[in-house]
Structures are given as structure tokens and as C-alpha cells.
Design a protein around this ligand. Structure first.
Ligand code: BG6
Ligand code: MG
Length: 217
């Protein structure tokens, strides 16, 4: 029998591809400041908090802003971002994601969300999947960003399951590192080379089964 008792899911890039909306909103902000950044650079923002993302982007543009100005800019970006995510529908759930979470629950596993995003509740609501999670830990509930394990440890605690019985699903390097730092197993969603610290890497939740969780090292 598997010793996995709980699955903890990252949101952006695992359940839904919000990276495109983050990119559009950040790019609009960068453009308003007179510069641009590439899709390749955008990769570095995955799993990174809003404030830290802004600091990276300002660095790429060689722009310096005070803390108060940074706060204003992050707020503006979030207004543009939430305008887009408010239009989302359940059709935007990544292939197999809903089915996989459901199959975990059917197999008696607990499920939690562990995301850096402060917009997690809006997204889950738009996708109509809030009820699929026994615990939801989002950017509003944590003080330390991934790769700190806080978000996942809080999830495990709320589920009442010890970390070694949890498996985390993550698309970001920092997220895989956070899971490992928390003493959990990690399944990477994306490129095996990039996510080599994970115990298993698949291209999406449509490419993994509950049975495979029993075979994790
Ligand atoms: C992560 C995303 O899930 O959430 C990052 O991968 C994003 O790109 C971070 O910056 C914070 O999101 P939000 O919605 O609180 O700005
Ligand atoms: Mg992610």
C-alpha cells in the first residue's frame, strides 16, 4: 500500500495556466514604464511572489522605484490581472486536472491547495472547483515565499497529515524545492531537466494516476 495520504496542489501552472495572464499584465506594466521583457524572462516569474516579480521586472528594465511606488505598481498590475481572471471559465482547467483531483479524493486521499497567489480563491471559484480541496492555503495565509516550505507545511497541518505522507504537485523549481524542504514528496509538472529535484516529472495531471503515487521512491 502507498504511504501517501494527501496530495497538495500548486494552482498556477498545475491546475490552470494563469501564467499567460500574469505575463500580459506584467508586460503592460513594463510597457507603461517604457520597456519590454521576453517570454523567456517570464519563465523566471513562475512561482515567485507578486512583490518579488515586480522587483525582478524593474531590474530587467533598469528602473528604480521607491517602496510606495512599487506598491502602486503591483496594485495596478493586479487590477489588470484580475480583470482577465474574472473572465475565466471552467473550460480553462488544464487537461486532466479536475479528474485527477477527483480520483485522489475517490481513493480516500486528502487534497489541499498550496499556492503563492493571493487570487487563488477567485480562480478556484471561476473554475468551479473550490469544493475539491479539504484545505486551501494561498498567498494571504503565508509570510514566507517558496522555496520556503511554509505554504505546504500549513496545508499538511490543516489536513492533519504528517509531511512525509504528503505529495506536492508543482510546476516551479522553487515549489519543488519547498516540497522537499518540507520533507514531502514532489511531482514536477513540466520539463524533467528543469524540475530534476522532483521524485517524478510529468507533462500534466493527465499523465499521472493515483496508482503511480504508490510507486514513488
Ligand atoms: C504564483 C504565480 O502562483 O503566484 C506567480 O506562479 C505569481 O507568477 C504568484 O506572481 C502571486 O500571484 P498573485 O495572484 O498573488 O499576484
Ligand atoms: Mg505554479
Amino acid at each position: 500500500m502507498s504511504n501517501i495520504k494527501a496530495c497538495i496542489f500548486d494552482l498556477d501552472g498545475v491546475i490552470v495556466d494563469t501564467a499567460v495572464y500574469h505575463y500580459k499584465a506584467w508586460r503592460r506594466l513594463a510597457n507603461s514604464l517604457g520597456f519590454d521583457f521576453s517570454e523567456h524572462q517570464n519563465e523566471q516569474l513562475k512561482g515567485v511572489s507578486r512583490v518579488r516579480s515586480l522587483q525582478l521586472i524593474l531590474g530587467w528594465g533598469g528602473v528604480t522605484k521607491t517602496e510606495a511606488e512599487q506598491e502602486q505598481l503591483a496594485t495596478q498590475k493586479n487590477i489588470w490581472y484580475t480583470d482577465m481572471i474574472n473572465q475565466m471559465t471552467p473550460a480553462e482547467i488544464l487537461p486532466g486536472a479536475r479528474e485527477f483531483v477527483e480520483s485522489c479524493r475517490d481513493a480516500g486521499l486528502k487534497t489541499a491547495l498550496g499556492s503563492a497567489s493571493k487570487n487563488s480563491m477567485t480562480i478556484l471559484d471561476k473554475l468551479n472547483i473550490t469544493h475539491l480541496f479539504d484545505a486551501i492555503i494561498d498567498g494571504n495565509k503565508v509570510s514566507k515565499a517558496k522555496p520556503d516550505p511554509e505554504v505546504f507545511l500549513k496545508g499538511a497541518e490543516e489536513l492533519g497529515i504528517e509531511p512525509q505522507y504528503c505529495v506536492v504537485f508543482e510546476d516551479a523549481i522553487a515549489g519543488v524545492e519547498a516540497a522537499k524542504a518540507g520533507g514531502m514528496k514532489a511531482i514536477g509538472i513540466g520539463d524533467p531537466e528543469t524540475l530534476h529535484e522532483a521524485d517524478l516529472v510529468v507533462s500534466g495531471l493527465n499523465k499521472v494516476t493515483v496508482e503511480e503515487l504508490e510507486m514513488l521512491p
